[in-house]
Design a protein around this ligand. Structure first.
Ligand code: PLP
Length: 386
């Protein structure tokens, strides 16, 4: 059976060149970077070179990059670490209603620890309006956290404008850039952020590695104490093989970014046009907003997204109904709810996220099978009968 993977926002395969690097640092150059002998020195060089590659993608000094276990840990460290470091200055944080659970759940935890959090709404296109962030700021605000692009609908947030309003008040700004890192430019000075989160497995490196950028001099209490690795900012023996792999993935992303973004955007547009032409009552979420080139979230009125997902899976096509973390539950996505998506579309959404391996033939295959799947689901759905 044909296999079509259109869930790259959930995770990506490790590229062959990236796997080669990873194997080398598992098998041959396996030393501990803290060791003084040559095994250790070779591992240290690998970690340093990976840091340079990440720093190049971010336009940041290498010393401002810290490696850890991934996007979730990075978001936790920054939110909890700034909150702890600045608790005498204020105990108010601002974020948006469409953040990843790694931000929202950490904020919920901080609320149990005596902090106050404002969850700024988004407009109907899934955009956080800079004025809404500005209005949420108080004398007590210590940190604002707004994602760069949303993982479910792909909308790209106006971070530079938000940064201007936040930083003129002397407040720190964090962005979860897991979905943009390696896909579109993420230079920290252009974004105007003090902290930025990235993850390896959304960019063709392995799972379990990622990290953060922290502007030099910004206050941040570590989440993990121990052996003083990463200059004491994140202890624990470095995951050398995965870090080296992430460095390689960054090099490849930098080399191919413009070409892949243009190619995937064309395929995504072909998918959107094709679905519109072939299926009545479809809605593309955030259509008017700037969006990631690889992502489209399409809702089909009167059906359950889960039903469509399972039918597509039976025919070899892997998509998502939103974030992987909330799938399996029939609760509609918090992102679509925040956008005020009309009720008839709220349950029938599918996220298609394209990647390096996506071909025109794969898009044509989806366009060939999905109209029939939707038609059958609609015929069976009680919601669709008048
Ligand atoms: C995947 C994802 C994360 C979590 O990253 P992990 O490395 O899987 O922990 C955080 N934020 C966004 C926007 C994501 O898409």
């Amino acid at each position: 059976m044909r296999q079509v993977y259109l869930d790259h926002n959930a995770t990506t395969p490790v590229l062959p060149e990236v796997l080669e690097v990873m194997l080398r640092y598992c098998r041959d150059d396996f030393g501990n970077p803290s060791s003084v002998h040559r095994y250790g020195r070779r591992a240290r060089v690998a970690v340093d070179e990976a840091r340079d590659a990440v720093a190049a993608l971010l336009g940041a000094p290498a010393a401002s990059i810290v490696f850890c276990s991934g996007g979730t840990e990075a978001n936790n460290t920054i939110l909890q670490g700034v909150a702890a470091a600045l608790k005498d200055k204020g105990r108010h944080l601002v974020t948006s209603q469409i953040e990843h659970p790694a931000v929202l759940d950490t904020c919920a935890y901080l609320e149990t620890q005596g902090y106050r959090v404002t969850y700024v709404p988004v407009n109907a296109d899934g955009i956080v309006e800079p004025e809404a962030v500005a209005e949420a700021l108080t004398e007590e605000t210590i940190l604002v956290s707004i994602m760069h692009a949303n993982n479910e609908v792909g909308t790209i947030q106006p971070l530079a404008e938000i940064a201007r309003l936040v930083r003129e008040r002397g407040i720190l700004l964090h962005t979860d850039a897991v979905q943009t890192f390696g896909k579109i430019p993420t230079r920290v000075d252009e974004l105007g952020v003090d902290f930025l989160t990235f993850s390896g497995h959304k960019l063709y490196a392995p799972k379990g590695v990622g990290g953060w950028y922290a502007r030099p001099g910004t206050p941040l209490r570590p989440l993990i104490y121990g052996g003083h690795q990463e200059r004491g900012r994140r202890s624990g023996t470095e995951n050398v093989a995965a870090i080296a792999a992430l460095g390689k993935a960054c090099e490849l992303a930098a080399r191919d970014m413009a070409r892949e973004a243009a190619r995937q955007l064309q395929l995504r547009q072909a998918l959107e046009h094709g679905l519109r032409e072939r299926i009545p009552a479809v809605r593309i979420q955030g259509e008017a907003a700037p969006r990631l080139p690889n992502t489209t979230n399409v809702a089909f009125a009167g059906v359950e997204g889960e039903t469509l997902l399972m039918s597509l899976d039976l025919q070899g096509v892997a998509v998502s109904t939103g974030s992987a973390c909330s799938s399996g539950s029939l609760e509609p996505s918090h992102v679509l709810k925040a956008m005020g998506v009309p009720a008839e579309f709220l349950h029938g959404a599918l996220r298609f996220s394209l990647g390096r391996s996506t071909t025109r033939e794969e898009i044509e295959y989806v366009l060939a099978i999905l109209p029939g799947i939707v038609e059958r689901a609609r015929a069976l759905s009680p919601a669709a009968t008048p």
